[in-house]
Design a binder for this molecule. Structure first.
Ligand code: PGA
Length: 253
């Protein structure tokens, strides 16, 4: 089994006070525990503050998105090099709230992910189907369509720092988690896609599950082969529950 990775996606939540309390509590629980990899992704304005707290800890920092270019006249955008400059080493890209909610296309997400990799960030590339797409039986075709432009745009050695996250859209923030069987089928499919592309890469890329992960379902999900950790939204806003999700991963590793 690959070393589990647990990523907290704080989305557009928090305030200076809330973020400070959250990171301090998390540090007291997990700051020295390195048998899983921990990453937190605060909103942009709080990155620097959180980076200061995380400095001496094992918890790493990530952004929730970045622009498709390194620099220029792009009002409101944030460059991957700026994320790095603030101490982030990870970035979430292609989250369904951006693909479906903000209209980011398959090629745009792939382009941004390629830029993250060449800039030296570790992208967490999200893929996932809506409920209607699942019902119409096109989940696998859709995931392949989301992943293909990324895999075929870069050489395997550049993709070493890639992490995938399977996040069924119908499970995000809804409390409706995929069952271990449902998640297992998709993770197995994604692993096979990676094998087709490059066998040694497939053995090292972690595939996270995301969608209403909680301490109460983490244990069963992490037991599924090919689930290598979690991308956690709501439950990452409570240090205790985020920590317990990580603990479930530690127990299974
Ligand atoms: P959730 O969000 O855990 O609140 O479902 C997951 C995500 O959007 O990454």
């Amino acid at each position: 089994m690959l070393k589990p990775l647990v990523v907290g996606n704080w989305k557009m939540h928090g305030s200076q006070a809330m973020v400070e309390a959250l990171v301090k509590k998390l540090l007291s629980l997990a700051g020295n525990l390195d048998n899983v990899d921990w990453v937190v992704c605060p909103p942009y304005p709080y990155l620097e503050k959180v980076a200061t707290y995380l400095k001496e800890s094992v918890i790493e920092l990530g952004g929730q998105n970045h622009a498709a270019v390194l620099e220029g006249a792009y009002t409101g955008e944030v460059s991957p090099s700026m994320l790095k400059d603030l101490g982030a080493s990870w970035v979430i890209l292609g989250h369904s709230e951006r693909r479906y909610g903000l209209g980011e296309s398959v090629s745009f997400v792939a382009e941004k992910t390629q830029l993250a990799l060449t800039t030296g960030l570790k992208p967490i590339f999200c893929v996932g189907e809506t409920e209607a797409q699942r019902k119409s039986g096109c989940t696998e075709a859709l995931l392949e369509q989301q992943l293909d432009p990324l895999l075929h745009g870069l050489a395997p050695d550049v993709l070493q720092n890639l992490t995938l996250a399977y996040e069924p859209v119908w499970a995000i923030g809804t409390g409706m988690t995929a069952t271990p069987e449902q998640a297992g089928e998709v993770h197995d499919f994604l692993r096979k896609l990676l094998v087709k592309y490059d066998e040694s890469l497939a053995g090292s890329v972690r595939i996270l599950y995301g969608g209403s992960v909680k301490p109460s379902n983490a244990e069963d999900l992490i037991a599924v082969p090919d689930i290598d950790g979690f991308l956690v939204g709501g439950a990452s806003l409570q240090a205790q529950s985020f920590f317990e999700i990580g603990e479930a991963c530690i127990r299974s590793y």
